[in-house]
Design a binder for this molecule. Structure first.
Ligand code: AMP
Ligand code: ZN
Length: 142
């Protein structure tokens, strides 16, 4: 897509610290890393989010994520990883080209778990009946 930063990175019109690529995906270091080795996995084809990703690109992204997690583990010896996707503005998505963050985690890095990204009391107080009504809503969708 013409005005997309990550399309430009995928097409090598803009420099990035590339660590891996194949026909379908590009992996490069996040320019404002949250940790040593924080990288992004993107499909070379433009897609705003997971709902727009073609199946073959989705598969390629998650295969590359596994490859990169293995490489990061060997290269930097982190204690763990947080792997995640910001989907939509509310979640913090700032670039409308799908990207998967792989963030190496180190003891004492001060970060939290995925559970710390939502702070509403609602999220902490779901009752069993609410879980059931949510389950029914989801399974009704064709
Ligand atoms: P998100 O908030 O999930 O949309 O994440 C976008 C990420 O892209 C941020 O972590 C940025 O630091 C990163 N980013 C923005 N511009 C560049 C760039 N030119 N090269 C590498 N990473 C970038
Ligand atoms: Zn794009």
């Amino acid at each position: 897509m013409a005005d997309c930063l990550f399309c430009k990175i995928a097409n090598k019109e803009i420099f990035s610290y590339i660590v891996y690529e194949n026909e379908k995906v590009l992996c490069f270091l996040d320019i404002l890393p949250l940790a040593r080795g924080h990288l992004l996995v993107i499909p070379k084809n433009h897609a705003e989010n997971i709902l727009h990703l073609k199946e073959e690109d989705l598969t390629a992204v998650f295969k590359a994520a596994k490859t990169m997690t293995k490489k990061l583990f060997k290269a930097l010896k982190p204690d763990g990883f947080t792997i995640g996707i910001n989907h939509g503005k509310i979640s913090g998505q700032t670039i409308d080209h799908f990207h998967l963050h792989i963030i190496p985690r180190f003891k004492g890095d001060g970060g939290g778990s995925i559970h710390s990204v939502v702070k509403s009391s609602l999220a902490k107080n779901f009752l069993t009946e609410e879980l059931e009504s949510v389950r029914v809503k989801i399974i009704k969708v064709k």
